[in-house]
Design a protein. Sequence first.
Length: 569
Amino acid sequence: MLTATTDHGVSPRPARPASAPGGPRSWWRDAVVYQVYVRSFLDSTGDGIGDLAGVRAGLPYLRKLGVDGIWLSPVYPSPQHDHGYDVADYLDVDPVYGDLEEFDRLVAAAHRLGLKVVLDIVPNHCSSEHPWFRAALAEGPGGPHRALFHFADGRGERGELPPNNWRAMFGGPAWSRVTEPGGEPGQWYLHLFTPEQPDLNWRDPAVAEHFDRVLRFWLDRGVDGFRVDVAAGLFKHPELPDSPDPGADERTRDSVNPLAWNQPEVHGVWRRWRALCDEYADRDGRDRLLVGEVSVPTAREHAEYVRPDELHQAFFFHLLGAPWDAEAFRRVIDEALRDIAGTGSTVTWVLNNHDQVRTVTRYAGEGGGPGNPGLGAARARAAALLMLALPGAAYVYQGEELGLPEVVDLPDEVLTDPIFRRTGSRSRIRDGCRVPLPWSGHASPFGFTSGAEEARPWLPQPEWFAEHATDRALADTRSFWHLYRDGLQLRRDLPQLGEGTLRWLDAPPQVLAFERGDGLVCAVNFGTAPAPAPVPGTPLLASGECPDGTLPGSTAAWWVTDPAPSAAR
């Protein structure tokens, strides 16, 4: 007997209809989008750096996997101090990745395959090489370009101390002092990440007007939406006072400064951007998506960003940060479905991205060591099936479908993450999840670069990447790739998945079980010992061997109580 213990009904209330009455629902509500970290996806030129032409060449692979769209990491002109998140020109493509013509070819090719294209946009800060910032340095205090940033006089007798005690997210003070045009020490400017990424001042109307033009430029080129970097940032307390939580440890990323994040004025930006995207959607009936990187402490605060006239969606990171524990996962899911889905949006689930340790390594054990790789892989497979069974949308980070572990032993001399440069610490560096993908063969570059044999990927690939190469994954029906492909296909085929209801079922300790719609049951055993399966018979899909009547440890499975095509392995 299946006994429901909690019922979450999701009633869509979009800000505007996605189409005429009776037309299709908004594509983004239950989409699965593949995050392409362009630099590490596929290199078409032989320089060891992935590019737009490489992404275009990989589109058939992604279509075969079964995703609904792609999110491209920043490809704008940039000095690459933070690999594109330091933008020097928002209206062009960096030559290392291609040009605008290649971008247009990529968008057209994706659309022909039925794939949406979401472009990363970085509105909180730009590059120190952006023309605005160069002009601000050249004109001196009081100039109009300085008002586009946060310039302030220093404290102390000669202004030698920063204006306040804020710390940067990537280590060190959040302020740098400039040399004025006359050669004397001068004002300080704010950068919540690195000195090469000065924060823009969104209290100046010229900033908002500029980004209106930026959005229109890329929407006119056919993109289907934007992933918004640092969406809880943008506005700072107007008086720039000292923070009550300055972050004393310079060797780790600072905790979120309440005076620099989640200020109420930021919601006006998202209403403005939503209206602009809705203008395009009203014109041709195609929804344009705004999905935000919103790092706030609670699901309730998160929900404020996805109200009907603001962002369509925002990444829900709490599942990514949850320990491998049934009650912890249930608590996070409950909060998300109650607070976020209650706004009329849908939850945007994520287990991996370009800033986090990959699940295979994260779930391998406690204490920061390598732990048990086999256990980590089993848990990562189970977590993937859980995520794909939840109501809403999901984002898959490149290599996740290959079961790639984190590369934890990159030599210091090859590390490029500004966190390492700023702190000297390897703690929380992100290079290990950004190593270029292995596509084929038994040795580096594993088909990643099409150059000569001596061509080297921008980050070195370990020998064991051969075990995870795409060609091997496609040939092995037991691989991560086939698990993801089968799960994605069932999301398309089964009406119970995607949007809809979730009802928790009674289950043994360390087992989560829930029903989607009518007759689709998902269960995950977070423990190590086998548990009774919630449904008799062979699962429709399982993350590991799953005998009738049993749910082994570190395993997830889907069952249907009505007849359905079998995809079990």
